[in-house]
Design a protein around this ligand. Structure first.
Ligand code: CS2
Length: 493
């Protein structure tokens, strides 16, 4: 049975679903970037809220900005924006539920004005974003907005033809202001420290280049809460789709898989109201900084610390890495020796317990989170997850060996593009070509990979780092057995 609104009553006899009247939903939240994560996290929280209480004004309108979102759009239209969330427990059981909080989906490349109008509608109170770490158009070395981006250049010259999220937000805020409306809150849900502050800075630069007056209004009226988001959401595979079909006779073209763990910590700074998500365990706090740093530097970096050597060694998934004692110990040592010393105390959280929980989550054998997903877009991730930790340790004389080893492994991965068994690696990265070119020079110049200032900034000028990196990259290129090297690093000292 195809998943859609018409079949919902019958499907609801097999698995739980919306108990609210979806026809009555109003769009209170416009969300840009509907992928697996938004659907396992924010849309799930809102769905629970709608099931628990009268909150129909908080329906979600999903927006895809890119041509690449067309497939999601087509499926969302066919399924009336319904989808199944399958939660995979470590004991092998699964819980499936139909989520109904997204009730509308717009593809911006087809209907740019509809997107602007929806954002500018008086009912819209929040525009939230999961546009990935790379979507903020941020030069991670300078911390500034990249005005050279050709799409941005185009938008600045043609204010009525937005292309990037910044063009859309600016056009919609302009309209709200002209109509005498309150603004919306802009809520970033990406894994970037100070994600709200970064979004604010990027948007103000963009808007300032288009309309200085408007930029001033945005600066004083719009709020950008920082937030820390967490739920591991692997890429959906055919196995799960088949499972829904077999187990419940539900045909869902793009279901979502996730782990049981879920967390959301948000700064309580909303310009135009917010849903009462605290009733579902969302934490509203005055300062998210310590939470986001802890999560990004431990969990997200921990993923890369397993994933990159895991890919080289031939481990297909994160749980397979965790099943390998050398990998599990390596990650823990990285967390203990290189990350924990630079973290600030987090109220109500015991860091050791937090690390234990992360390790247990990674080890969940039913999640099957592929290392290719973890390694994807490493050029956007590592400058946010791992490189700042190395920098802070350099500043304070802390340990950098394991983190630096991962950068050396990343160079090898980008250069060889095959694993130790000569199997092609599935490398997904917007900068794939550049990474490959930079890595290729390694055997004649050991620091060739570091000559990418937008990734490494001035790190190549730090002598201690360069020595450590050179040692690591030489060992990776000469040894040819990454696991052996990891073991060696663990037994040193
Ligand atoms: C992962 C994240 O993309 C990655 O590298 O670390 O997607 C991670 O699974 C989520 O942030 C978990 O909340």
């Amino acid at each position: 049975m195809n998943l859609n609104q018409q079949h919902l009553p019958e499907i609801a006899q097999r698995i739980p679903g919306p108990t609210y009247d979806r026809q009555q939903l109003k769009t209170g939240i416009v969300h840009v970037g509907v992928g697996g994560f938004h659907r396992s996290h924010q849309a799930y929280y809102v769905h629970q809220l709608l099931n628990a209480q009268d909150a129909l004004e908080w329906g979600i309108c999903g927006v895809g900005l890119r041509e690449a979102d067309r497939m999601m759009n087509d499926i969302m239209q066919r399924q009336d924006c319904l989808y199944t969330l399958v939660t995979q427990y470590p004991d092998g059981t699964a819980k499936s539920e139909v989520i109904g909080s997204i009730h509308e989906y717009l593809l911006a490349v087809d209907a740019p004005d509809a997107v602007i109008d929806r954002m500018a509608d008086p009912d819209t109170k929040i525009v939230s974003l999961t546009i990935t770490e790379g979507g903020y158009n941020l030069n991670s070395t300078t911390g500034e907005f990249n005005l050279d981006n050709p799409d941005v250049q185009y938008e600045l010259a043609h204010p009525n033809e937005p292309r990037t999220v910044f063009g859309y937000l600016t056009a919609a805020l302009k309209k709200r202001r002209a109509n005498g409306l309150l603004p919306f809150t802009i809520l970033s849900c990406d894994n970037i420290q100070h994600n709200g502050a970064v979004t604010r800075k990027m948007l103000l630069t963009f808007a300032g280049n288009q309309d200085a007056d408007l930029a001033e209004w945005i600066a004083s009226e719009v709020t950008f809460p920082n937030s820390m988001v967490d739920r591991i959401t692997p890429v959906t595979t055919a196995e799960v789709t088949d499972y829904l079909q077999r187990e419940y006779d539900i045909t869902d073209e793009w279901c979502v898989v996730c782990e049981p763990f879920i967390q959301w910590v948000i700064e309580d700074k909303f310009a135009n109201g917010r849903p009462p998500l605290e009733t579902l365990g969302v934490q509203f706090v005055p300062d998210v900084t310590p939470y986001e740093k802890m999560k990004i530097r431990l969990l997200n970096a921990g993923h890369s610390v397993l994933g990159i050597p895991g890919a080289i060694h031939g481990h297909p998934t994160i749980d397979a890495c965790m099943d390998d004692a050398v990998f599990a110990r390596f990650m823990r040592r990285f967390m203990d020796a290189e990350v924990t010393p630079i973290l600030d105390p987090v109220e109500g959280i015991d860091i050791d317990e937090y690390k234990d929980t992360v390790a247990a989550r990674f080890a969940n054998p039913n999640i099957k989170d592929s290392v290719s997903r973890i390694c994807s877009e490493s050029s956007a991730k590592l400058p946010k997850f791992l490189i700042p930790t190395i920098r802070e340790n350099l500043d304070r004389g802390g340990d950098i060996r394991l983190g630096t080893f991962i950068l050396a492994a990343w160079c090898y991965y980008s250069d060889k593009q095959v694993d130790e068994h000569n199997q092609a690696l599935q490398i997904i990265d917007e900068q794939k070509e550049q990474l490959h070119r930079a890595a290729q020079g390694t055997p004649t110049d050991w620091t060739s990979f570091l000559q990418q200032p937008e990734l490494f900034g001035d790190l190549p000028e730090n002598q201690r780092f360069v020595e450590e990196y050179t040692r690591a990259v030489q060992s990776v290129y000469r040894e040819g057995d990454i696991r052996q090297l990891m073991q060696g690093l663990l037994s040193d000292r």
